[in-house]
Design a binder for this molecule. Structure first.
Ligand SMILES: [Zn+2]
Ligand SMILES: [Zn+2]
Length: 270
């Protein structure tokens, strides 16, 4: 199983998960031309995507969904509330997923879980590759971690989870109090420490890679998020790698035995 991030954060989100030649796109926070270019950067043809999963309708996750679906005829998988909020997806391409239930694409079994965030019906997804049984959990934009997500993500081989902000940077930064409250509230976003607390119980010896998503450009840095998680996970059974998905550069983030991820696994600290 391999994962690419095509962009992560408030200016646009998209991930590709691939196993045994099957590929799905998770979120399309870029217009069709931009997503095609980002896919091309990592050597993926849009025509090779078998389905588009959408976590929620916010523009940084969904602004390109309807146009890209129209262009490439991708089936679009999301909760009913998310698909209704996006609109413009022809009925024959709508694949509604009910939180707590599964849906299958050619290559993956997809489970959805309701998460608290200020959108219509936001969801986290767990994908199980039908060819290998490998599992990846993807949770973008959530104010807290519900028990269902906590247990569904425990011990997964790959965890792609939000680490939005550092509490101190947010508290002392430029955001007005009302916006700070929205971010830290139960329907906002997870901080580095909240994500760490979650993963201390969820990442296990079987977890190979943790990918940190949706870092705030204003209130976080990749170095700070990675360090917080790596340090905090040292006392657990987890021995995998931790990597923050870059904000705008399309990048392989899991399933690639890069020297960097190897060095992190070996504790070389480079
Ligand atoms: Zn959102
Ligand atoms: Zn977002």
């Amino acid at each position: 199983m391999r994962v690419w991030s095509l962009g992560s954060g408030s200016s646009g989100n998209a991930l590709v998960v691939e196993c045994a030649g099957h590929r799905v796109l998770i979120d399309c926070g870029f217009g069709p031309r931009a997503i095609a270019k980002r896919l091309q950067t990592v050597g993926i043809a849009p025509e090779s995507i078998e389905a588009l999963l959408v976590t929620h309708e916010h523009v940084d996750h969904a602004q390109g969904v309807a146009r890209a679906q129209h262009k490439w005829r991708w089936p679009v998988i999301g909760t009913g509330g998310t698909l209704d909020a996006i609109g413009e997806i022809p009925t024959r391409w709508r694949r509604e997923i009910v939180p707590g239930a599964s849906l299958e694409s050619e290559g993956f079994v997809i489970d959805a879980y309701a998460i608290p965030h200020d959108a219509a019906a936001p969801a986290a997804f767990r994908l199980t590759a039908r060819a290998t049984g490998e599992r990846v959990g993807i949770a973008h934009d959530l104010g807290r971690v519900p028990e269902s997500v906590h247990s569904a993500f425990t011990g997964l081989e790959v965890l792609c989870v939000e680490a939005n902000h550092d509490r101190e940077m947010l508290r002392h930064g430029r955001y007005p109090p009302r916006l700070q409250e929205r971010i830290t509230g139960g329907r906002g976003h997870l901080s580095n420490v909240e994500t760490l607390e979650w993963l201390r119980a969820t990442a296990r010896a079987s977890t190979r890679e943790v990918v940190l998503l949706h870092l705030s450009a204003e209130n976080n840095t990749p170095t700070l998020a990675e360090r917080t998680l790596r340090e905090g996970l040292k006392s657990t059974a987890f021995r995998g790698s931790v990597q923050a998905a870059p904000r705008s550069t399309p990048t392989p983030v899991a399933g690639f035995n890069t020297p960097r991820s190897l060095s992190v696994q070996l504790g070389l600290g480079i």
